[in-house]
Design a protein around this ligand. Structure first.
Ligand code: F6P
Length: 325
């Protein structure tokens, strides 16, 4: 293999730049030509591609977002789009690609591998919803951003004896809500993976906790719950205020969670994964996903990885409830 490409796709995640940097630096050190592909699979379809060198990635490890830009690319879900991308690879001499993104991006990587361009996926998403991987790039930083924001909300909530309903990202996954909820001491945590009853799990919990003298509350809600449950964050807020008598406000943290300088953990994780991805391509291994399991860097067949299911540990969910009284 003489030329490889690297792209970031789907929602950006802090630490993606560390992974890009490691791909470029280790690729160049091994004598490979490394091509940067802008805006994910879009750039591959439209030929938005440039050669990278050691200096292209200087001073990027500390930056949030992705220096390669990113996009979600519906055209790549068609056979025609995949073929166009494979043709672009042939035109630029790209023989293998490192795809940094979430499960949607891995589906693209799988299809492109099947079309003759070996791809290695690196899990980069703040949602932490890649089943083969204990922690995805960006998750740690997003968690830290959430807890620093909710700590600030807590200050004002406590001053006013209020309840704050906080919505965090996670369209299909509740890892951010659950673990950030534990970290900020939320009274209730609502996530898409777990059934809940609003009366029992929110209203009654607040009332019970009030009887022990508590006067301010954080209710952590994953975005997916709001989308699934047909109960808006405004309705939740109103219901809490009406039924408990506690003045209630809500905050949707939004895209602030996806930005910012990556944590130490995400910088190191991105670097390790980028380095391993290039090793795999160099060894002729395509159709793989790099992951971290029990702090070891490992890799899986991309089809197997996509078939795996990641489940919330019910004991951790129970623990969160038991200790937040
Ligand atoms: O997949 C990561 C994620 O941040 C989800 O948690 C969220 O639902 C989604 O991206 C938001 O995507 P967009 O930035 O396209 O609105």
């Amino acid at each position: 293999m003489k030329t490889i490409g690297v792209l970031t796709s789907g929602g950006d995640a802090p630490g993606m730049n560390a992974a890009v940097r490691a791909v470029v630096r280790s690729g160049v050190s091994k004598g490979l030509k490394v091509m940067g592909i802008r805006r994910g699979f879009n750039g591959l379809i439209h030929g938005d591609i440039f050669e990278m060198n050691l200096r292209s990635v200087s001073n990027t490890i500390q930056r949030g977002g992705t220096m390669l830009y990113t996009a979600r690319c519906p055209e790549f879900r068609t056979q025609e789009g995949i073929q166009k991308a494979a043709d672009t690879c042939k035109y630029f001499g790209i023989e293998g690609i490192v795809v940094i993104g979430g499960d949607g991006s891995f589906r693209g990587a799988k299809d492109l591998s099947a079309a003759g361009i070996p791809c290695v996926g690196i899990p980069g998403t703040i949602d932490n919803d890649i089943a083969c991987c204990d922690k995805t790039i960006g998750y740690d930083t997003a968690m830290n951003t959430i807890i620093s924001m909710v700590d600030k909300i807590r200050d004002t909530s406590e001053s006013h004896d209020r309840c704050s309903v906080v919505e965090v990202m996670g369209r299909r996954a509740g890892y951010l809500a659950l673990n950030a909820g534990i970290a900020v001491g939320a009274t209730s945590i609502l996530i898409p993976e777990m059934e809940f009853d609003f009366e029992r799990d929110v209203i009654s919990r607040i009332k019970r906790t009030q009887t022990t003298g508590k006067r301010d509350f954080i209710i952590m809600v994953a975005e997916g719950v709001v989308l699934d449950n047909k109960m808006s964050i405004e309705e939740m807020t109103k219901k809490i205020e009406e039924e408990t008598g506690v003045e209630t406000r809500h905050t949707v943290l939004g895209h602030v969670q996806r930005g910012g300088s990556p944590s130490a953990y995400d910088r190191v994780l991105g670097s390790k994964m980028g380095y391993r991805a290039v090793e795999l391509l160099e060894q002729g291994e395509g159709s793989r996903v790099v992951a971290i399991k029990k702090e070891e860097i490992v890799d899986y067949d991309i089809v197997e990885a996509l078939d795996m299911k990641k489940e919330i540990n019910p004991r951790i969910y129970q623990m969160a409830y038991d200790i937040s009284i």
